[in-house]
Design a protein around this ligand. Sequence first.
Ligand SMILES: Cc1cc2nc3c(=O)[nH]c(=O)nc-3n(C[C@H](O)[C@H](O)[C@H](O)COP(=O)(O)OP(=O)(O)OC[C@H]3O[C@@H](n4cnc5c(N)ncnc54)[C@H](O)[C@@H]3O)c2cc1C
Length: 392
Amino acid sequence: MFLRLTDEQKMAQKAIRKFVEKELMPLENEVLRNEREGRPSLSPEKVKELQLKAKEAGFWGINTPSEYGGADLGNLMMAIVIMEVSKTFVPFQFGGSADNILYYANEQQKKKYLIPTINGEKKSCFAMTEPSAGSDTRNIKMTAVKDGDEWVLNGEKTFITGGNEADFVMVIAITDKERHKATSGRDGVTCFIVDRDMGWRSEPIHTMGHSTPASLVFENVRVPEENILGELHEGYKLGLEWIGYARWVVGARAVGAAERLLQMAIDYSKERITFGKPIAERQAIQWMIADAATEIEAAKWLVLNAAFTLDQGEDNRHLASMAKLFGANMGNRVVDRVMQIHGGMGYTKDMPIERWYRDARLWRIYDGTDEIQRMIIARNLLKGHVKLGQFL
Ligand SMILES: Cc1cc2nc3c(=O)[nH]c(=O)nc-3n(C[C@H](O)[C@H](O)[C@H](O)COP(=O)(O)OP(=O)(O)OC[C@H]3O[C@@H](n4cnc5c(N)ncnc54)[C@H](O)[C@@H]3O)c2cc1C
């Protein structure tokens, strides 16, 4: 059980915070300017330079196992890193890591896909969602049919993060129609690693925020048998594992962003004078600050508990759903209050609040909507999979 970070964790948190404050936050105005003028948020050279600096500072493969050259600090530390780095909107990710499900790769696949991904030489994406299957992931239509030593993939995936840039995709397709039907979609699907040069195409999808996912089209894409990730017909479990990890990560992002936004609101409220007094002296403003701070703290505990539970090798999916549901909604409420406290200034593109406001809306949608998280949490309790008070 943890109630405070260890000295080692505190030191790592401090070092990451320093990196974010020294290297990333000073770039915020440049990012806003670049985006206003239609340029990429950061130049590729700048991203490379930042990654190198991060690597030199030891921020590499935070939760990547040491056998792959990572720091192996675990998920709790990863949650802390994500919270710190989410205090800025400068789009930057520490390198040296790979999607959790890529560790199911066999030795040959590890050499070809996992190691180059960890080393930053290859980019991946994960594709489950289809036009007919978002929340209802069991309704996928994409098929893979065996032909000699190869599988032939046909279908369309949509809203795939990183799909425009990825060198390969981990994609879920039906491999046994009968089994798929008989198990209501839980079985009979397989995860394939598919290189872009095997023939899939991507098209960007423009959104109201800064995420530009892709739709992926597969037309008779031939994939060798050796590119099956994990077990044949059992890819659905990999899909759930991928999403399960992504969920508490969304909560962590929301906590980091909300903490920074609230600090901006606190600072602004002390400077902004109306009717002869700083607005910080008005109870209406103080209550918004108090509610935001309380919710941030609550969300932080949910996220840390979800990450900690995973580090203990326990099933954290219930907590991950709660961390995502509460974190995402908390983030949306906080950014709204922070905009309110800033008045007209908060609504302008001279400040990053409206940017965060648009991006925060996505937190309630991807990796399982609010409604789906509520469905999971209620089902776990009603069916007795999870007992109240089980985790703390
Ligand atoms: C920017 C972005 C990035 C994404 N990245 C990825 C990715 O990398 N890989 C990937 O595979 N997918 C990705 N997704 C897909 C994402 O996970 C889905 O959009 C999400 O799960 C919702 O599915 P949907 O959009 O089809 O909505 P739908 O499932 O059509 O839902 C529509 C509405 O109905 C509600 N609803 C649905 N079923 C129920 C129910 N049973 N009870 C009550 N309400 C219900 C939903 O909550 C929602 O409000 C991404 C999406 C976005 C927007």
